[in-house]
Write a protein that binds this ligand. Sequence first.
Ligand SMILES: Nc1ncnc2c1ncn2[C@@H]1O[C@H](COP(=O)(O)OP(=O)(O)OP(=O)(O)O)[C@@H](O)[C@H]1O
Ligand SMILES: [Mg+2]
Length: 354
Amino acid sequence: MTTIKTIGILGAGQLGRMIAVAAAQMGIRAHVFAPDAKDSPAAEVAQTFTQANYDDADALAAFGRSIDAVTSEFENVPATTMDMLAAFCPVSPGHDALHLAQNRLREKTLASNLGIQTPSFWVARSADDLASALCDLKGNGVLKTTEQGYDGRGQFRVATGDDAASCWNDINTNEAILESFIDFTAEVSFLVWRDTKGQTGVFPATLNTHKNGILATSIGPATSLDPSTLKDGADAVIALAEAVNLNGILAMEAFVSHAGHIIFNEIAPRPHNSFHWTIEGCVTSQFAQLVRIISGLGPGDTSARGSWQMDNLLGEDLHRLPALYADANKAVHLYGKTKARNGRKMGHVTWELG
Ligand SMILES: Nc1ncnc2c1ncn2[C@@H]1O[C@H](COP(=O)(O)OP(=O)(O)OP(=O)(O)O)[C@@H](O)[C@H]1O
Ligand SMILES: [Mg+2]
């Protein structure tokens, strides 16, 4: 008799769903834990679903006893939740990675301490702080909440000369980060894996295009970039993984400057939307690699088989489905969300570039 392993997944969105599907393909079960029951893409493909809050100690203990390892599909799960689960099983991505990814100021400070170039940045905890930061900015910037933003929410463009009091009012938070606006030539993301033995490796990098602050298209591998730019990005993401003692996978979003330099934007210690093309495009997908690492199966080969494009399918894109299904070259993924809204990620489509 073989023992079937079970991985725990915190969060019930599409990333959790794709982790659970990858696990199922390897004969590994998934137990999803999330507070929300409705429209839970991951819960409907998992063996078990626990609906409870992330601070429910009893539910977490029962969950912890039922699994062999746990990971999180999003970075805003409280670090204390992971700490509680660490008493029961190995945790991914680990306390330090989560703590780091929950705050943009911490992320940029660490990147900068590691010698990774970032936009110039200033912290603002009051309208007065913001007034002096806007003065120092000397040009265009982006004002972001330090915590909880995603898909471009919680941020807007500002410039020196803007009224600090009204910007502070608009951002409506206790702590914000002002960043210089980067006139980038490209946006690129890097994905590193790291296991408990400290082995690391990177996936091929991806070129990204955003629309309205939301990822629209990813193309991988990013072969149009200079090899030295790609090496700098890979070195940077590995350094970040080491610095947080990563167990699992971690993505770094970056800008490419006109001089070909990598400029750090943010990290996500989990599967990343810009690497969904790896499901069809790499020997081992980002989801399979995460499952392999946390289940102790050892890392797989992450090299690409050809060149690939992925387009996100938002609520407003669903009219494209019949044409996509009719195209033999397109792999359509839907996340099982019942409510389609404009700007909501409903699925994605991947195809090989000629
Ligand atoms: N300093 C900057 N200079 C130029 N463009 C920026 C800057 N910061 C953000 N952007 C643009 O806005 C997009 C979203 O920003 P960011 O990644 O910080 O937000 P987010 O809400 O975490 O987004 P997501 O969840 O999609 O990753 C970036 O991918 C980039 O296109
Ligand atoms: Mg981002």
